[in-house]
Design a protein around this ligand. Structure first.
Ligand code: HEM
Length: 441
């Protein structure tokens, strides 16, 4: 806290963590949480080889992402080393002026009214997942729900990108994307070979689509191919389209899969919440699949999804680099510093989230939401670089949860260890083992 006796122009000294960073490597999300508990809303730590600042107050988050957002870019290890090797100069990692130009071009495809295009394919892909669950149910097998969610969200994002007509290639794309995420080491030979293989498929699809057009339903690739820059009237190069395709594949797949996996884990522990969802979908859907028009009537399901994203924000850490000096919360932040914002810790800040570890969807009633600092909840980031696929991801969840619960009762396998593993995203380390029984009613 700033003492009243300190004149305003003298920067507040930032507490510094100097202990062993072993925990930073082992379980960085827990390490961050401990740092905020021990040192407060701003703390310096060392993310080898450079000093870094963890900011854990919504005002600071707003400052970095919005107020002084132009002073911060994405020149961080994760972005430059890993993500850029996959997505090149796509939306996820590019910087101004290219980023702004691309965001403007691509944003319309993700507007809420355009998303209706994707509800059918989301429902179809979910039905395929449910057929697999049915086999497990019939045979009485336990299965890994996290693996099922990975398969499902990859299926959805590849269909949204490339349409229905490439099912064989979609499988190959899916396997390659999974291999790349698993390896996550751009220097490994297998990584490079897989990336080359994936590039050949993606460039092949782009080339064929340019030649033959698309007789299938409109998809994101059509949108990328048809869009034109305002100033020149020209379209994107094949390389830029490839980079955007890769960005959407990488950003849109695992994040959503983890979100759903954690939701199944939470629902497995809270049968009362399952019951409330069932009552809601019973009244609203009466056995049919949800459409866009139903979403306003699925308010409780929506609250559950938001609470899941609070406790297990798949993008558990958001990092930036300061371009110039800055002052945050009365503290001097030197140019070139690394800034870490952690939705995982922020969503557990006791000043904004009473009893933070408790699962409570009622935190997301409109009254509660209106009364809370807007930047206390950032599962999709914030400011200009906020997730472009947030509505897409929420729509997936609000289709998949009801469709699954209409058909099955799900139970967690007792004693299976469930542990959060904070890599690029927050994954369940040993999967989420479940059993399913078919509903007869
Ligand atoms: C629950 C699922 C998702 C979560 C938790 C999530 C989270 C995030 C977050 C936190 C960011 C901001 C990163 C930063 O500021 O450094 C982001 C950016 C992004 N996300 Fe998502 N995301 C999800 C789903 C999706 C989906 C489904 C897509 C696309 C189909 C997508 C595409 C992107 C892209 C392209 C960016 C970069 C945007 C830009 O910088 O202009 N995301 N996401």
């Amino acid at each position: 806290m700033v003492s009243a006796s300190i004149p305003n122009n003298i920067p507040r000294k930032i507490p510094r963590f100097t202990g062993s960073a072993r925990e930073l490597v082992r379980a960085p999300h827990r390490f961050f949480l401990q740092l905020t508990a021990d040192y407060g809303d701003i703390v310096q730590y060392r993310a080898a080889p450079e000093p870094a600042y963890l900011l854990n107050h919504p005002d600071y988050v707003k400052h970095v992402l919005v107020g002084n957002g132009r002073n911060y870019n994405k020149d961080t290890y994760l972005n430059k080393y890993l993500l850029e090797s996959l997505t090149g100069k796509g939306l996820l990692t590019s910087e101004n002026p290219l980023w702004r130009k691309q965001r403007r071009l691509i944003q319309p495809a993700f507007h809420r009214h355009n998303l209706a295009t994707f509800t059918d394919l989301m429902g179809d892909a979910t039905n395929q997942m449910l057929a697999r669950l049915n086999e497990h149910a019939v045979q009485g097998n336990a299965f890994d729900m996290a693996e099922e969610m990975m398969r499902l969200t990859l299926d959805i994002v590849t269909r949204a990108l490339f349409g229905y007509n490439i099912s064989e290639q979609a499988t190959a794309v899916g396997e390659a994307v999974n291999t790349l995420i698993e390896i996550a080491k751009p220097k490994r030979r297998k990584f490079q070979e897989t990336l080359k293989f994936l590039d050949e498929i993606v460039f092949g699809i782009i080339e064929r689509r340019r030649l033959e057009g698309n007789d299938d339903r409109y998809d994101l690739l059509d949108m990328l191919l048809q869009s034109r820059y305002e100033d020149t009237g020209e379209g994107m190069s094949d390389q830029q389209i490839r980079d955007e395709v890769m960005s959407l594949l990488i950003a849109g797949h695992e994040t959503t899969a983890n979100t759903l996996s954690w939701l199944w884990y939470l629902l497995g522990q809270h049968p009362d919440a399952v019951e409330q969802i069932e009552t809601e979908i019973g009244g609203t859907l009466n056995g049919r699949s949800p459409t866009l028009a139903d979403f306003p009537n699925l308010a409780y399901t929506n609250k559950v999804i938001k609470e899941g994203l609070r406790l297990y924000p798949s993008a558990w850490s958001i990092s930036r680099r300061a371009l110039g000096d800055d002052e945050i919360g009365g503290c001097h932040i030197p140019a070139h510093s690394i800034i870490a914002l952690s939705p995982y810790t922020l969503h557990r800040h006791p000043d904004f989230w009473p009893d933070p570890e408790r699962f409570d969807p009622e935190r997301f009633t409109p009254e509660q939401e209106n009364g809370r600092h807007r930047y206390a909840y950032i599962p999709f980031g914030g400011g200009a670089r906020k997730c472009i696929g947030d509505q897409f991801a929420l729509m997936e969840s609000i289709i998949i949860l009801p469709m699954t619960l209409q058909r099955f009762r799900l139970q967690l396998v007792p004693d299976h260890p469930v542990e959060a593993h904070a890599l690029v995203t927050l994954r369940p380390k040993h999967g989420i083992l479940m059993t399913a029984t078919r509903r007869t009613d």
